[in-house]
Design a protein around this ligand. Structure first.
Ligand code: IDP
Ligand code: MG
Length: 156
């Protein structure tokens, strides 16, 4: 099982899209194991986006991400990191394929609704930035026996 950090960005919260985006993850079969509505501080935004420091869009990105509340999610499943990235679509709303979250709900390149960790290392780092220990809640789902095929011994 993998857990990934998803952020519904200020535009998603302001536009009333939280429920519709969370529904997509639930309908896919991924499990929500943490949620937090928060305003990201300058310091946290700088840590989260440290790999982008110095890029032309960095200042605008930090300003946007700290401008209004976001909804932070911890999302779990087998392959959850790659599956979530596929569901998000390409970075720019103008280029993202229909059927993806960015492709269906936005046209902007910077106001692109959602963040998702892009690797297991990033997921671990980002989850620890946004969730204290105990805030990600491990819990069994009865439906997992129908979400995953465990007949071969391990779920797939
Ligand atoms: P990702 O969110 O798809 O992983 P990254 O390249 O990691 O994309 O960029 C982080 C965020 O920075 C993007 O989600 C977007 O909000 C913003 N961003 C990236 N490139 C540009 C750009 O060229 N112009 C404006 N904003 C950008
Ligand atoms: Mg990224």
């Amino acid at each position: 099982m993998e857990t990934t950090l998803i952020i519904l960005k200020p535009d998603a919260v302001q536009r009333g899209l939280m429920g519709r985006i969370i529904t997509r993850f639930e309908e896919k079969g991924l499990q929500i194991v943490g949620t937090k509505l928060m305003v990201i501080s300058q310091d946290l935004a700088a840590k989260h986006y440290e790999s982008h420091k110095g890029k032309p869009f960095y200042d605008g990105l930090v300003k946007f991400m700290t401008s209004a509340p976001v909804l932070v999610l911890a999302v779990r499943g087998i392959g959850a990191i790659a599956i979530s990235r596929k569901m998000m679509g390409a970075t720019f709303g103008s280029k993202a394929e229909p059927g993806t979250i960015r492709g269906d709900f936005g046209v902007s390149n910077s106001f692109n609704l959602i963040h998702g960790s892009d690797s297991p290392e990033a997921a671990e780092r980002e989850l620890s930035l946004f969730f204290a220990s105990g805030e990600v809640i491990n819990h069994d789902r009865a439906v997992d026996r129908w979400v995953y095929d465990s007949s071969g011994g391990k779920p797939e």
